[in-house]
Write a protein that binds this ligand. Structure first.
Ligand code: NZQ
Ligand code: ZN
Length: 386
């Protein structure tokens, strides 16, 4: 097990009606920038509960943060926040609203002489950020209690991230009842994203991190159990609750501790979204199976562990690994998330070249555990998604 230091400062309020806790979290008299997406918060109960909890605070609303939040949109929120002199940001929505709000919280207090795009890729140090809180309505990304954010600049086809402990949410509300309005596509996306987060931190090489391995396997097992149940029974609160907690724990930070991590599937996926506009989880489902296949020799020991513990597969390592990948593909398909680019009408051969070009342009020349995947390797993986 490798050395690690761990601190996660986000207070989580989990369960029905927990948006009421916002009253304790954000002081009376605060000037709050309330950020949200395209309007789902008015249908899932979040807006009304949040506004009730914010009584006595000055609320400035900024809606319209799109999936894969766009830089230009976020700059408009920054301008509004500055002119209204807000001193808190409250994100209400999915990962896109949380990520966008992390950028907003950092950019509002950035020295106006600095180009805010420098925040992306951590190219300028941050001295401070406004305090950020959130209400999660889509379990998937883990953004509600981590310090990462992904922002898209559509004109230049850049989908890039930044990380900074200053943008950890101070608190997040996780109320599974607010997820009942999710369409099947977003349930499938959420389960696949959480699954792939766990795999990226676990399915690399054995590293004697036994607790972390079993935590990862517990999260994956839970997703296998409750994923189809959540799709089939939209009003099943316990399924929603377990999905919400599994997705949170997948990227809370614990699974990665002391482990060798991968993250090449996400790097390829971000380029596929930048190029073709696919949902984040759709890009993961068309990449992970082929990446695991491409690297099955490097990952053999962990693939065999995954196949035996998750799928109870018999046989030697190679046979178990091959069937485990097939089962993973079948699971993603069961969740309604296709595993081939042809399902989206995308030519894999052209996509492979385009992804390799984007990775080179973004300086992502050595990906995955051991830094062994070049852009050419990534192109080979994308070609397998034919
Ligand atoms: O915009 P609204 O109207 O709110 O609708 C959203 C959106 O259309 C809808 N939705 C959310 N909650 C709902 C709901 N619809 C009905 N009922 C509800 N309760 O769902 C749609 C998708 O929302 P979005 O926030 O885009 O999805 P997700 O949570 O999957 O976030 C994806 C973004 O997060 C980034 C991705 O790259 C992508 O940009 N990620 C962030 C990470 C992080 N910060 O650590 C890690 C991830 O790997 C990921 O990269
Ligand atoms: Zn993800």
């Amino acid at each position: 097990m490798d050395n690690f230091s761990f601190h996660n400062p986000t207070r989580l309020h989990f369960g029905r009606g927990q948006a009421a806790q916002i009253t304790q979290e954000i002081p009376v008299g605060a000037r709050v920038l309330l950020t949200y997406g395209g309007g789902s918060i008015r249908k899932n109960g979040a807006y009304d509960q949040v506004m009730a909890a914010l009584t006595g605070r000055h609320v400035v609303e900024f809606g319209g943060i799109e999936p894969n939040p766009e830089y230009e949109t976020l700059l408009r929120a920054v301008a509004l926040g500055r002119s209204e002199q807000v001193d808190w940001v409250l994100a209400v929505g999915g990962g896109s609203v949380f990520d966008g709000s992390k950028f907003i919280a950092a950019a509002i207090v950035l020295d106006p002489a600095i180009d805010p795009w420098q925040i992306i890729g951590n190219r300028t140090p941050l001295a401070s950020a406004l305090p950020l809180g959130g209400v999660l309505t889509l379990p998937a990304t883990g953004s509600e209690s981590n310090f990462a954010a992904v922002v898209t600049r559509r004109a230049t086809q850049d989908k890039l991230s930044f990380k900074n402990p200053l943008v950890f949410p101070r608190f997040s509300v996780l109320d599974p009842a607010m997820t009942m309005t999710l369409p099947p596509r977003q349930i499938g996306n959420g389960v696949v994203d959480a699954f792939v987060h766990t795999v990226e931190q676990y399915l690399t090489v054995p590293n004697e991190a036994r607790v972390q391995d079993r935590l990862a396997e517990g999260i994956l097992q839970t997703l296998l159990e409750i994923g189809p149940r959540t799709l089939a029974q939209p009003d099943d609160y316990e399924a929603r609750a377990n999905m919400m907690w599994a997705a949170n724990q997948a990227l809370f930070g614990l699974v990665a501790l002391g482990q060798v991590q991968d993250w090449a599937t996400h790097a390829i996926g971000h380029e596929l979204t930048a190029l073709y506009g696919l949902d984040h989880a759709q890009t993961l489902a068309v990449t992970l199976p082929w990446l695991l296949t491409y690297r099955k020799t490097d990952k053999l020991a962990k693939l065999a562990q995954y196949g035996r513990r998750l799928w109870q597969l018999p046989g030697d390592d190679a046979a178990v690994a091959a069937v485990a990948i097939d089962r993973t593909i079948a699971f993603f398909e069961t969740m309604g998330v296709p595993t081939r680019l042809s399902a989206y009408g995308i030519d894999a051969l052209a996509a492979a070249e385009a992804v390799a070009g984007q990775l080179r342009r973004h300086g992502r020349n050595r990906l995955g555990e051991g830094g062994r995947l070049t852009p050419e390797d990534c192109a080979a993986i994308v070609r397998m998604a034919l």
